[in-house]
Ligand binder design. Structure first.
Ligand SMILES: [Zn+2]
Length: 335
């Protein structure tokens, strides 16, 4: 299956024996829903592409996983198999992307997980094992749309246990001297996000976007929005070993008032919408979806991660709620 007509990336559905993880599956849905049940993929699916920053060609397999497994990454190219749960406290770098590593082996890392995490979050996938034979996820088209497509192709299986979620109990805020900030506030239900940005480049300028997190709104408004970079930054980034896989096929490149991509933008506010999509992915590193309102101003991977650390710094800030008993807390959180 060819993902797009203009890129060399390929995806193919790879059946996986489900005999060892089938317990608890109760039904199959073609589109994921934000329901009270846990969910995983119906079958494994593979794609091949290059990493945005490493430039390395990698093969990634999204596998189903049993209940209460969570989203877990694995470097399939390394002889010693180590699992890296996608959690905020396993993040080791937030410069231009979110990088996680094994807590006992910091060299075993996987970079640029945020767009895949956003697609998994929006699709309500609670349990998946992500195998990658290199140090970075494939960038695909620079958005979450093709990860979302892969998840759609694999299908979603509802699992019997209820989905737990994290309820934010009081406002939590982190900020920088630049005026950038990220904040979580209590919400009566679900998750909503608002993001604003302010760039000197006139083609970006000031932009704002807000939306509730539903799969439909994610697909319609932010999932397709690509990462972006200013042309003047590219040479310095590549000298630092970053953006080596970047191209006009997988990133918007801007220069003052001009978008250099021949096909232009996918949406006039593609920039802020991409930053909001990044936050959807970064916040899923809480380990569960949140019942909260998120507000970010010029917030990127670093502030998003600091926000989760601040949230979990005090048990007064949050509680884990069993979806089966959503009206009452069943477990007081511990940091
Ligand atoms: Zn991004």
């Amino acid at each position: 299956m060819q993902i797009t007509a203009e890129t060399p990336f390929k995806a193919s559905i790879v059946p996986l024996p489900l005999s060892n993880i089938a317990q608890g599956f109760s039904s199959i849905t073609s589109s994921a829903a934000r329901v009270a049940r846990q969910a995983t993929l119906n079958q494994a699916i593979t794609c091949v592409g290059i990493g945005l920053h490493s430039g390395a060609r990698v093969r990634m397999v999204l596998n189903p996983a049993p209940v209460d497994h969570g989203i877990v990454f694995k470097r399939s190219d390394l002889p010693e198999s180590r699992l890296i749960p996608a959690r905020h406290d396993h993040v080791v770098c937030t410069r231009l992307s979110t990088v996680i590593a094994h807590p006992d082996a910091p060299d075993i890392r996987i970079a640029t997980i945020e767009h895949l995490m956003a697609a998994l979050h929006a699709n309500g996938i609670d349990n998946a094992l992500i195998e990658i034979d290199g140090p970075e996820t494939p960038v695909l088209d620079g958005s979450a749309a093709e990860f979302d497509f892969l998840i759609q192709c694999a299908g979603t299986v509802m699992q019997e246990p209820a989905r737990s979620f994290i309820e934010v109990l009081r406002p939590v805020r982190v900020e920088e001297a630049s005026g950038a900030y990220a904040e979580l506030r209590p919400a009566r239900s679900g998750m909503a996000l608002a993001m604003s940005i302010d760039f000197a480049a006139s083609v970006i300028g000031q932009q704002r976007h807000a939306m509730p997190l539903t799969l439909e709104r994610f697909r319609q408004e932010v999932g397709f929005c690509r990462t972006f970079v200013e042309r003047k930054e590219i040479e310095a980034l590549q000298k630092m070993g970053l953006a080596r896989g970047g191209s006009l096929h997988n990133a918007i490149v801007v220069e003052d008032d001009t978008v250099l991509n021949p096909c232009g933008l996918r949406h006039p506010k593609e920039f802020v919408r991409h930053k909001l999509m990044d936050a959807v992915g970064d916040l899923y590193l809480a380990g569960h979806t949140l019942q909260a309102g998120f507000m970010g101003h010029k917030s990127g991977h670093g502030l998003n991660n600091r926000l989760l650390h601040a949230l979990f710094a005090s048990p007064e800030n949050w509680r884990l709620v069993d979806g089966e008993r959503a009206e009452q807390p069943v477990l007081r959180a511990t940091a």
